[in-house]
Design a protein around this ligand. Structure first.
Ligand code: 5GP
Length: 216
């Protein structure tokens, strides 16, 4: 049998900041290193340890707007007073190569990609915290953020959470191992969908040919 091929799918992960989305994304890529992470462009300054081209492409507002004007962004939005956007070209080439892409983007980006012509290739997952108290505790545990930044993220969490029902799947991240297992189950099932396995047609044809050969 020829090597099975399929289009890559677009796995969108959204959540309020502090719900554990980045850890989940990292765990998923440890489970399958072939998953491509969509590196967004942003106008926010890098945090300590962040590397240009790895976590984000750090760009000036002018350079960012030029990318948008040139049609190079699949989606873009303002989050926490900074611009964020998904470069279009790497997504198209990953899909064509049958490689799945993981997006860590907010609800605005999720909505734009779902409503684009790539909508049918999207699998979207929203991650909820077990409680608001736990969300705040996790945000406070991040040494790098000031009290003002944490307050801003808490204020925005309610707005982000209000979009939970727009997603195909919703996880409650009580335990990272459990949530990772659930995310792996989602991706595994989505990869097995009939529409994503166009080679099945040929396989069934060859099964039928075998039946024909057996006819007395
Ligand atoms: P952070 O600055 O903490 O890395 O990200 C802030 C928020 O921006 C997160 O909710 C993240 O998911 C979202 N975000 C990151 N990249 C993009 C993007 O390309 N597009 C959109 N719409 N949101 C993004």
């Amino acid at each position: 049998m020829a090597t099975p091929t399929r289009r890559g799918l677009l796995l969108i992960l959204s959540s309020p900041s502090g719900a554990g989305k980045s850890t989940l994304a990292r765990r998923l890529r440890e489970w399958d290193p072939a998953i491509r992470f969509s590196v967004s462009a942003t106008t926010r300054p890098p945090r300590p340890g962040e590397v240009d081209g790895r976590e984000y492409f750090f760009r000036s507002a002018g350079a960012f707007r030029a990318m948008v004007a040139a049609g190079e962004m699949l989606e873009h939005a303002e989050v926490f007073g900074h611009l964020y956007g998904t470069p279009r070209a790497p997504v198209a080439s990953a899909m064509a190569a049958g490689q799945d892409t993981l997006f860590d983007i907010d609800w605005q980006g999720g909505q734009q990609i779902r409503n684009s012509d790539l909508g049918k290739d999207v699998v979207s997952v929203f991650v909820l915290p077990p409680s608001i108290a736990e969300l705040e505790r996790r945000l406070q545990g991040r040494a790098q953020d000031s009290a003002a930044v944490i307050a801003g993220r808490m204020a925005r969490a309610r707005d982000e959470i209000s979009h939970w029902a727009e997603y195909d799947y919703v996880l409650v991240n009580r335990d990272i191992a459990e949530a990772t297992a659930e995310l792996v189950a989602i991706l595994t099932a989505e990869r097995l969908k009939r529409d994503r396995r166009p080679w099945l047609m040929g396989h069934v044809r060859s099964l039928n040919a075998e039946f024909e050969e057996r006819r007395p």
